[in-house]
Design a protein around this ligand. Structure first.
Ligand SMILES: [Mg+2]
Ligand SMILES: [Zn+2]
Length: 285
């Protein structure tokens, strides 16, 4: 075997150069490898970073192999990040005191932040309470404040969420079947009601990521969260909420079909979900 060939196969490059391939990719992005091509990119690595000819070539080739995928992680709010008290958080003025971050959430997020620092994390949440007529205090603005407060609370504990997307709508079908009365302007068939992937698309847009260049994950406590991921060729991770009936979980465990299982993971808790995500990304790279 040609000398140094093992560098490509067994991952010695990150160890010997003190940088992961993703970090090298970032450097090559900055250099504009897509425009300048990999011969010039290798030359750049050789000259600026003092790498051997061989390693420079390997890193430039690996860039193309990895296709330099971005990572987008969308996380549901109620029942996943915070306790779901079925309360339509924000419909009363004392909502701040009712925010309760769920166990292992901060730990899991910190782990993602540290191990996959380039991954963007968005909270995506359907807040149908905004559409309910009698909840006069729960405006779209208020619902947004709740989201911001959750993100801030998590930040105070040392973890990062990059933003949130909120959908205040209910479908005409839901409105018809519910006992509650709704404001007409929030009743529509929008593409953001999970499992439709509208909010994931919006997060992609906010980050300037293209769907085909991005590994998408959705973490949530419902089957509809998992299916939101599937509907945009992503991976769905179910973190069952303890107070919820486990119907969804049973349903998913019994799916026999391999392709469904490959894009679905049922986690013990949020930390387990982030460990899975990290393992999956490591396999890919
Ligand atoms: Mg939920
Ligand atoms: Zn919507």
């Amino acid at each position: 075997m040609k000398k140094g060939y093992s560098d490509l196969s067994d991952g010695k490059i990150p160890k010997r150069t003190q940088k992961t391939f993703r970090e090298w990719n970032k450097i090559l992005d900055k250099f504009d490898i897509k425009e300048k091509g990999h011969t010039l990119a290798a030359k750049h690595l050789r000259e600026k970073y003092n790498l051997s000819d061989w390693r420079s070539q390997v890193i430039a080739i690996k860039y193309e192999q990895m296709d330099n995928k971005k990572i987008l992680i969308c996380v549901d709010r109620d029942g996943t990040l915070i306790y779901d008290n079925k309360y339509y958080l924000g419909r009363t003025n004392n909502w701040r005191s009712k925010i309760k971050i769920l166990k292992t959430v901060v730990k899991g997020l910190k782990k993602i932040n540290k191990k996959l620092p380039e991954a963007k994390i968005y909270m995506i949440t359907n807040q149908s309470g905004v559409a309910v007529k009698e909840f006069t205090l729960l405006t779209k603005k208020r619902a947004g404040e709740v989201c911001k407060a959750v993100i801030r609370r998590i930040k105070e504990k040392g973890a990062r969420i990059d933003g949130y997307i909120l959908c205040p709508h209910v479908s005409p079908k839901y409105a018809k079947e519910s006992k509650l009365k709704f404001n007409k302007r929030f009743v529509c068939n929008c593409t953001c009601i999970k499992p439709s992937p509208g909010m994931v698309l919006e997060a992609l847009k906010k980050e300037g990521f293209r769907k085909k260049d991005t590994n998408i994950y959705v973490i949530g406590d419902r089957k509809s969260d998992v299916e939101t991921a599937h509907n945009i060729s992503g991976t769905g991770i179910l973190v069952p909420f303890k107070n919820e009936s486990d119907e969804d979980m049973k349903l998913m465990r019994h799916k026999k079909n391999k392709s469904y299982r490959d894009k679905t993971y049922i986690a013990e808790d949020f930390l387990d979900a982030s460990d899975f995500l990290f393992r999956r990304e490591k396999q890919i790279c």
